[in-house]
Design a protein around this ligand. Structure first.
Ligand code: SF4
Length: 403
């Protein structure tokens, strides 16, 4: 039952909500059930109009960004098993990846030739705690943890190629995160969902203790305390309810209000994969997901919000109408190792899609301009100059670098 005075008018509106009416409310501060009422009783068109208006008010009116990246699949062994994942492999499986520093450098070098500015390092969750193969692999290069290895490989990549490392390797200790801050411009860790229910038997995270929201939130807090710009986000359609999605968005909002370090929120649609427990689980409909993207903008009006364009081929342009302001990382050279069945669209195609909506596509770095120019020292001294060499006065990739 909705009791807040703000929503009384919503009820009075006889379930027909138009943006002008909604704009009278302080929808920024609605309660969970009020956001859910707004979602369920607004047409897609109306919800998108509000979201777009908020995007225009709080973000650039014209510019939509993306990060030109090279995806480095460092080690795809993982101690956990999420019911939707095909990224993780067993040691004997085809597609196992245990990259040496030389292999990493040669992949990044190709990225440099394609004018990428981001070296995205991805690894499974603490593989060395479960697999001897991972321990041996690290030992060969003189390490005992994946985090330490990536810290040093990042430094090599930075010094030899100038590409900026951004690592997404699961939960880390605070000490490991501060090590990575020395050589990475930002880190990534999806919250996925704030729903503890998803860790129950039969649910998506039943066999993935590292995906329990308490664990993820602790890591996000640690990043905040260390002043590390963080990319995080939600995976939509893995068994959570709408109310749980709203709680997830409000959780991220609260974390960012406390620490101010969340540079970007990914809203990702679940896409079922063969040979997983969730192969027959229905993905969210495009209409539902579009409304979730719009709701994300309504709840987080000032945040950078992105949806990956490769997971909704042909119609991803609709997300621009729902208030996103970024396409995330797109690679002109490597596949999306987490979603290998979904090829990246060509950057020229994303540019055209963006232009067709009256907007302009610009490449950004894996650290957003507001974090580069912040006086809170989000960047370590060691990497500051590498960042400065790549940007123009807006903090976006300078045209000269792009050739
Ligand atoms: S999604 Fe990440 S944590 Fe889950 S199984 Fe895959 S690699 Fe491991």
């Amino acid at each position: 039952m909705i009791s807040n005075a703000n929503t009384k008018t919503i009820q009075d509106s006889d379930n027909e909500i138009v943006p002008e009416e909604i704009n009278k409310f302080r929808y920024k501060d609605l309660k969970i059930n009020e956001y859910s009422y707004l979602f369920n009783n607004s047409t897609t068109e109306d919800l998108l109009k509000i979201a777009y208006a908020l995007k225009t008010k709080h973000k650039s009116k014209k510019i939509i960004t993306y990060s030109r990246k090279v995806f480095i699949n460092i080690i795809n062994l993982c101690k956990d098993i999420c019911s939707y994942c095909t990224y993780r492999k067993e040691p004997e499986e085809i597609g196992i990846s245990l990259l040496s520093p030389e292999q990493i450098l040669s992949i990044v070098e190709v990225g440099r030739k394609f004018r990428c500015t981001e070296a995205l390092f991805v690894a499974g969750e603490r593989p060395e705690s479960k697999y001897n193969e991972a321990k041996e692999w690290l030992k060969k290069y003189g390490y005992v943890s994946t985090a330490e290895y990536i810290r040093d490989v990042s430094e090599k990549v930075l010094k030899k190629t100038g590409l900026l490392p951004h690592s997404n390797i699961g939960n880390m200790t605070k000490k490991e995160m501060s090590l990575l801050k020395e050589t990475n411009v930002s880190l990534g860790l999806m919250l996925e969902s704030a729903s503890e229910r998803l860790s129950n038997v039969g649910m998506a995270h039943e066999n993935a203790p590292s995906k329990h929201p308490k664990v993820r939130i602790k890591t996000i807090e640690n990043a905040g305390e260390l002043k590390i710009p963080l990319t995080t986000g939600l995976l939509i359609g893995i068994g959570e309810t709408l109310e749980e999605t709203i709680v997830s968005l409000l959780t991220l909002k609260k974390l960012n209000q406390k620490y101010g370090h969340i540079q970007e929120i990914i809203i990702q649609n679940f896409s079922p994969k063969i040979n997983t427990k969730m192969a027959n689980f229905l993905p969210p409909t495009h209409k539902f997901f579009l409304k979730v993207v719009a709701l994300s903008r309504i709840i987080l009006p000032e945040m950078n919000i992105q949806v990956p364009p490769n997971l909704t081929p042909n119609i991803y342009g609709n997300y621009l109408d729902a208030g996103i302001n970024d396409w995330g990382g797109i690679s002109p050279v490597t596949i999306d190792h987490v979603n290998p069945e979904h090829a990246w669209p060509k950057i020229s195609e994303v540019e055209k899609t963006t232009r067709d909506k009256g907007l302009t596509l610009r490449p950004r770095l894996p650290i957003y301009p507001e974090f580069i120019f912040s006086d809170k020292r989000y960047l370590s001294k060691e990497i500051e100059q590498y960042v400065m060499d790549l940007i123009d006065s807006d903090g976006l990739v300078k045209k000269r670098y792009l050739g």
